[in-house]
Write a protein that binds this ligand. Structure first.
Ligand code: SF4
Ligand code: SF4
Length: 291
């Protein structure tokens, strides 16, 4: 049975969960669009301190939003339109109006940054290594996959499989790719170049080579992107597969916040995560990944 962390140990992360930044960013966007401002940066020095909303109190709101200014400046598109490098589609595949698209795009990217800090604060006190190990003996999966950005594989001294066969399949395709007459995952932890990109495969009983016996990550400041962003994720947008040419990224609007139920702090903070999602106008979705 999983031991849930005591709420007192999660206080720092909870404080940020109870003060979501997206509602504040939207308020600033509204002030910019309805006020006499040419550029969004002009709004920040005009903000009162603190700002109190029905859901949260924001001390030093200008300082809170300053790191997100490049994202907030996306609101300027509505006063000074230029070609946007993204398109946001609804469920029918139709492009959303500019206001809605800009709100979703900047909200999604703001949440990615904000949740990286929140997840790090919540994970540290848990004493848990679930994200860094392969399936346990009583789990149904044969392996866990840690997706990697193309250059991140260089941080691991592991066998690398980058063949025509691996690049033509995915780890989940049946039958599994064979290596020396056995399913690929039987050969131990390794890096693979799949059709879907690079990943680290951890078979049952294996651990990431950077996991120390103390439970710490040996390359913590330099850990891969995916390791920085467990286990509460923005799912406001999802990149569309098979991107059109021309450097424009297409996204499907999802308007959800995903939280992975395997994680002990997600279980301990279900209500707080749901409230955070609601404040951001997102649907909270709790999902079991590993079983
Ligand atoms: S790189 Fe670090 S955080 Fe990522 S799986 Fe390995 S030990 Fe865990
Ligand atoms: S499951 Fe949650 S607490 Fe455990 S290592 Fe992953 S993020 Fe941290």
């Amino acid at each position: 049975m999983k031991i849930l962390p005591h709420p007192n140990h999660l206080a720092a992360g909870c404080a940020l969960l109870s003060r979501p930044l997206l509602p504040l960013a939207r308020l600033v966007g509204f002030l910019y669009l309805t006020g006499p401002f040419d550029r969004l940066a002009e709004v920040l020095p005009e903000l009162p301190d603190p700002i109190e909303t029905s859901g949260a109190i924001y001390e030093r709101p200008a300082a809170l939003l300053q790191p997100f200014l490049p994202l907030l400046e996306e609101f300027e598109q509505l006063k000074h339109p230029t070609a946007r490098p993204y398109r946001i589609l609804d469920a029918a595949g139709d492009e959303l109006p500019a206001m809605e698209a800009i709100d979703l795009w900047l909200g999604h990217h703001l949440l990615i940054q904000e949740l990286e800090e929140i997840n790090s604060l919540l994970c540290a006190p848990c004493g848990c290594t679930l994200c860094c190990i392969g399936p346990e003996a009583d789990m149904s999966q044969a392996f866990f996959e840690i997706p990697l950005q193309p250059a991140e594989g260089q941080r691991f001294s592991l066998p690398t499989i980058d063949t025509a066969a691996s690049r033509a399949t995915t780890p989940y395709q049946e039958p599994a790719m064979q290596c020396d007459g056995s399913p690929f995952y039987a050969t131990g932890p390794a890096l693979y170049h799949w059709q879907s990109g690079w990943s680290l495969i951890l078979p049952q009983g294996a651990a990431c080579p950077h996991l120390e016996s103390s439970g710490r990550c040996r390359i913590y400041p330099d850990r891969p992107e995916v390791c920085r962003r467990p286990q509460i994720f923005s799912y406001a947008l999802e990149a569309v597969t098979g991107q059109p040419a021309g450097g424009i990224t297409a996204y499907q609007a999802r308007r959800a916040l995903l939280a992975v139920w395997d994680c002990p702090y997600v279980q301990a903070l279900q209500d707080e995560i749901a409230a955070f999602a609601a404040a951001c106008d997102l649907t909270p979705v709790f999902r079991q990944n590993k079983a």
